[in-house]
Design a protein around this ligand. Sequence first.
Ligand SMILES: CC(C)(COP(=O)(O)OP(=O)(O)OC[C@H]1O[C@@H](n2cnc3c(N)ncnc32)[C@H](O)[C@@H]1OP(=O)(O)O)[C@@H](O)C(=O)NCCC(=O)NCCS
Length: 171
Amino acid sequence: MSEAHVELHPWSPGDLELLRRANTPELMNWVGGVENDEQVRARHERYLRLAREGRGLQFRITIPGHPEGVGMVGYWRHEWRGAPALETGWSVEAAYRGRGIAPAAVRLMLAEARAAGETLAVHAYPSVDNAASNAVCRKAGFTLLGEEDFEVGGGVLRTNDWVAELALHAP
Ligand SMILES: CC(C)(COP(=O)(O)OP(=O)(O)OC[C@H]1O[C@@H](n2cnc3c(N)ncnc32)[C@H](O)[C@@H]1OP(=O)(O)O)[C@@H](O)C(=O)NCCC(=O)NCCS
C-alpha cells in the first residue's frame, strides 16, 4: 500500500469537535471507554496544556479534503519501570481506516518528537486483542518488548509494550 498522504497539526482550540466525534464506543473501548462531555472537555484541555507545559505534543491528523481531521496522535511524558520515557497513543475515525493513515501519522509524530529535541524511548500499549493497533506499531517501526498490564479508565488492560527509539532512528 502506498504511504497515505497525511499531515499533522498541533492540537488547537477548534479540535474539541474532533474529540467529540471520536467519543464512540467502538473507538473508545480500546482506550478506556466512552467519556461524558465534561471528561471530553477535560481531555481537550489536557491536550492543549501538553504543548504549553512542554510535556509532549498532541496532533490532529488530516488528509486531503478533510481539514477538520480524521484522527489524532500524540506523545507525552511517561515513566517506564522507574525511568523517564515517552508514551504515545492514536486513533483514526472508522470511515477512514484501512488506508495506512495511522502508520503514516505515527511516523510523522516520531519525526516531530525528534525535531522537538526528544531522545527518550517512545512506548505504545495497545491491548493484546487490538489487532489493528498492533499492526500500526509494527508498520511504524516499533519493536515488541512483551506484555504489560496497564491501568486505564479505572481498570487493568492486558497490553503489548512496543517501543520506538528516537535516538537510533535519527534522520
Ligand atoms: C488502530 C487504528 C488507529 C488503525 O488506523 P488505520 O489508519 O486504519 O491503520 P491501517 O490502515 O494501517 O490499518 C491497520 C489495521 O487495521 C485493519 N484494517 C484494515 N482495513 C480496515 C478497515 N477498513 N476497517 C477497520 N480496520 C481495518 C487491518 O488489520 C490493518 O492491518 P493490516 O494492514 O496489517 O492488515 C484504528 O483502527 C483505530 O482508531 N482504532 C480504534 C482506536 C484504537 O484502537 N487506538 C489505538 C489504541 S492503542
